[in-house]
Design a protein around this ligand. Structure first.
Ligand SMILES: Cc1cc2nc3c(=O)[nH]c(=O)nc-3n(C[C@H](O)[C@H](O)[C@H](O)COP(=O)(O)OP(=O)(O)OC[C@H]3O[C@@H](n4cnc5c(N)ncnc54)[C@H](O)[C@@H]3O)c2cc1C
Ligand code: FES
Length: 289
């Protein structure tokens, strides 16, 4: 398998930073309530062969005449010819995406943004903490860990959702566990047939023994969840520079032109979405965080 390094993959621009390329919907998988994964392949084979991405980066998906949305790449960085995007139907553009069929064409540009620190994590333990659709941008990191399993130490996934029906990729959990990734799940409220944990994701930390000096925490989910994940990680003395968050703020251009994604002086589309808490801490007190 082609396993890329984890240097930031740069966008394909062809001279125009907002250049999009036609891509075909090759497969659609219903993952959860109002969430599906769209596999996309560039129509132009040469474009497809040039494209690669790092775990945590995102693409802009364009529906001509409707609009454009930033969506994380949720598939294996080792097979960038086939690009997964796991999408929750939220509003105007994503509802239009819900009407797509296999064979339909969308515009695709990217990859954009920063990525999970998979090189820095080599030789370290990794604790992935995520909620709901937040698992989508972390799935490429899980694939990368599996592709190079011996490079990493203990790997733990803490994953929560409102209900069991909102959980993504449940049919992959066994494979992940077979690759020595501990999977701990929780749902917000008890439901019939559920025998696992009940409660919010940060509570899963109470069941863990972590080696704080040698653990990286990677988290993505609702901002309130990430706030408590940061508190729990800091309480376990994990250094600020080893706690990584993905800040999926509203974005329009994806390339640093419009300012929609700005937090303080930082453009989340370029310097983010993945930042260490050490980079992000000055903005921890700002609205919505
Ligand atoms: C870097 C990045 C990666 C993303 N990855 C994914 C992904 O993998 N899967 C996925 O389903 N979504 C992802 N999103 C969110 C997705 O881009 C928005 O849901 C989408 O733009 C909504 O567009 P819309 O036209 O369908 O909805 P709109 O009609 O524009 O909005 C519908 C509602 O969603 C809210 N909304 C819009 N954007 C966001 C956002 N970024 N965060 C929270 N609420 C928002 C609006 O305020 C409004 O309340 C990502 C966003 C960013 C910035
Ligand atoms: S989305 Fe336009 S500057 Fe970041």
């Amino acid at each position: 398998m082609n396993v890329p390094n984890t240097l930031t993959a740069t966008p394909m621009t062809n001279g125009n930073p907002m250049q999009d390329y036609p891509a075909v919907v090759t497969e659609i998988t219903e993952d959860a309530v109002a969430v599906a994964t769209y596999m996309l392949a560039f129509q132009d084979v040469d474009v497809g062969q040039q494209f690669n991405f790092s775990a945590g980066q995102f693409n802009m998906i364009l529906l001509p005449g409707i609009g454009e949305v930033p969506i994380s790449i949720s598939s294996d960085p080792g097979t960038p010819q086939s690009l997964g995007h796991t999408i929750r139907y939220a509003g105007n553009v994503t509802s239009a995406i819900a009407r797509l069929q296999t064979g339909d064409i969308v515009g695709l540009r990217g990859p954009y943004g920063s990525h999970w620190p998979m090189d820095k994590a080599i030789g370290q333990d990794i604790c992935i903490v995520t909620g709901g659709i937040g698992l989508a941008p972390l799935r490429p990191a899980i694939y990368e860990i599996i592709n190079k399993r011996d490079d990493y130490g203990q790997v733990i996934l803490l994953y929560g959702a409102r209900t069991s029906a909102d959980m993504l990729y449940t049919d992959e959990f066994d494979t992940w566990q077979n690759h020595d990734i501990q999977v701990h799940t929780t749902i917000d409220r008890a439901e019939e047939g559920w025998s696992g944990h009940v409660g919010v994701v940060p509570m899963l930390f109470y069941h863990l023994r972590l080696d704080p000096a040698n653990t990286l925490v990677l988290t993505c989910g609702p901002e309130i969840m990430m706030r408590f994940v940061i508190y729990e990680a800091l309480a376990r003395r994990i250094p600020r520079e080893n706690i990584y968050v993905s800040m999926e703020r509203n974005m329009k251009c994806g390339v640093g032109f419009c300012g929609h994604c700005q937090i303080g002086p930082k453009f989340m589309c370029k310097e983010g979405p993945v930042l260490s808490f050490a980079q992000f801490e000055p903005f921890f007190g700002v609205e919505d965080f």
